[in-house]
Design a protein. Structure first.
Length: 94
C-alpha cells in the first residue's frame, strides 16, 4: 500500500518521508519541529510504522503522554488501525 505524502494527525499536517536504510535504529520517527514523519522500515512494515507514529501523534495531541510512552500499547493500537485501513475496501457494501 502506498503511503500518502501528507497526513493530518493530532492537529499537525505531517509530511511523510520514506528512507531506505539497511538496519534502521527505529522504524519510524516524528519530528515535531519540522512536522515530518520519517519512515525507515521496509515495504512490508511501512503502513504499520506509519500508523504507529500517528498513534503517538494522536496521544500526544490529547495530552496522553504516558500512553504515548507505552510502546506495547502504541503497537497494539497501531496494528488495529493498520488492519482496518488494509481491509477498508475488502468488503462490498451490503
Amino acid at each position: 500500500m502506498r503511503l500518502p505524502r501528507k497526513i493530518n494527525a493530532g492537529g499537525i499536517e505531517w509530511t511523510v518521508k520514506q528512507h531506505r536504510v539497511k538496519r534502521p535504529r527505529n522504524l519510524g520517527q516524528l519530528d515535531y519541529k519540522s512536522g515530518t514523519l520519517h519512515i525507515y522500515s521496509d515495504a512490508g512494515a511501512k503502513l504499520q510504522t506509519c500508523c504507529h507514529e500517528m498513534v503517538h501523534a494522536w496521544l500526544n495531541a490529547i495530552g496522553q503522554v504516558e500512553l504515548s510512552d507505552d510502546e506495547a500499547f502504541v503497537d497494539s493500537l497501531a496494528s488495529q488501525v493498520a488492519t482496518t485501513i488494509e481491509t477498508w475496501g475488502a468488503r462490498s457494501e451490503e
